[in-house]
Design a protein around this ligand. Structure first.
Ligand SMILES: Cc1cc2nc3c(=O)[nH]c(=O)nc-3n(C[C@H](O)[C@H](O)[C@H](O)COP(=O)(O)OP(=O)(O)OC[C@H]3O[C@@H](n4cnc5c(N)ncnc54)[C@H](O)[C@@H]3O)c2cc1C
Ligand code: FES
Length: 326
């Protein structure tokens, strides 16, 4: 049992609990979303001891040195005094400028930010509504726009943020947009490198941004996209991707469904399995994996076994805090 002091408040962190668990149990209002160390929205700072190394995983060196840590990954090894007020995530004001369906469960949300954002295609931001509820969403456009960002937001039944976006958020409403984050992005440093991109559901969002950026930058290597869903109605942007395939001979697109019938041109099977059976040798390739955490983790291993260098595998698992009580 460890004591976590936050100002005058002391929370008790029991064996096997994270700092986030302890604070939420005491109704302390700490932003959080994925609870897996992915979104960085629960960042806090230690005022005394060094945070456990595992709780600083994925943070920039400068933040580590300042004893920032992720509360959802922090199993404290000793008593800690912490602060939430020094959180380095900056938010800019955004306004919804478009909202339209992509399929039955996913919509496209376009947000115009007040200040320009410096991001790489494929990164994500945290969107925050007025009551502080925050969730991560990947940027679905290329760097051609620094103020106008688009997102693909899938509605999860009972999901607080996604249901609100689908049902209540209107064009003209304000929403806060964080600094871009994440390491799953495109850099034009090796334009001749072949790229394999696999996404499920709204995991197409960051991949669409990466593909647009790569093609705009004149990427010459082959670019293979496999977009998967259980059924046909979970896919979207089929026409847009086919059009891109017609325009760019080095871009290849395979929609995949794992259940039911599929029309001509749509592969049957899970996107990752279809992709790796068609491309069994990934030596020298760059691989991007986005969407369902299980698919992402499985495929990361398999892509490595198929020859891809670990440093060339970029992944964003769309972790959902399934027991979110906030
Ligand atoms: C890096 C990253 C990028 C992402 N990018 C995208 C993206 O581009 N597009 C996208 O659509 N999503 C993306 N996500 C996922 C997104 O951040 C949200 O997690 C997702 O939209 C669900 O949020 P929510 O508030 O709607 O659901 P939550 O309220 O967090 O609930 C999640 C699920 O848990 C269930 N649930 C909630 N509370 C309880 C409870 N007490 N008991 C049992 N079940 C419960 C809900 O019914 C729901 O199904 C990304 C996630 C990460 C980490
Ligand atoms: S990183 Fe802790 S809640 Fe997402």
């Amino acid at each position: 049992m460890k004591k976590i002091s936050l100002g005058d408040q002391v929370s008790i962190c029991y064996e096997g609990e994270t700092v986030l668990d302890a604070l939420l149990r005491d109704n302390i209002d700490i932003p959080n979303s994925c609870r897996q160390g992915a979104c960085q929205s629960c960042m806090a700072r230690s005022l005394d001891v060094e945070p456990p190394a595992a709780s600083q995983s994925g943070l920039k060196d400068v933040l580590r040195k300042q004893k920032h840590f992720l509360a959802c990954l922090c199993y404290p090894e000793q008593d800690m005094a912490i602060t939430l007020s020094q959180q380095p995530a900056f938010f800019t004001e955004g306004m919804v400028i478009d909202k339209k369906p992509l399929n039955q469960e996913t919509l496209l949300l376009a947000v115009e930010c007040k200040d320009p954002l410096d991001y790489h295609a494929g990164q994500f931001v945290n969107l925050k509504r007025a009551d502080g509820l925050t969730r991560s969403y990947s940027i679905a456009n290329s760097r051609a726009h620094d103020k106008k960002l688009t997102f693909h937001i899938r509605r999860l039944a009972g999901g607080r943020f996604s249901e609100w976006v689908h049902q209540e958020l209107l064009v003209g409403d304000k929403i806060a947009v964080s600094d871009p984050q994440g390491l799953c992005y495109y850099l034009p440093n090796k334009p001749e490198q072949n790229m394999l991109l696999i996404g499920t559901g709204s995991g197409l969002a960051p991949l669409a941004g990466i593909i647009a950026e790569a093609l705009q930058q004149g990427h010459t290597g082959d670019i293979y996209l496999f977009h998967g869903s259980r059924e046909m109605d979970g896919l979207y942007w089929i026409e847009e991707m086919l059009e891109l395939e017609r325009q760019y001979p080095n871009f290849h697109y395979t929609p995949c469904v794992s259940r039911g019938d599929s029309p001509k041109g749509v592969a049957i099977g899970r996107a990752n399995e279809v992709a790796l059976s068609q491309l069994p040798n990934l030596k020298g390739w760059r691989v991007y994996l986005c969407g369902h955490p299980e698919m992402v983790n499985q495929t990361k291993r398999q892509a490595y076994l198929n020859g891809a260098n670990l440093q060339d595998i970029y992944a964003d698992a769309f972790h959902v805090a399934s027991t979110s009580l906030d």
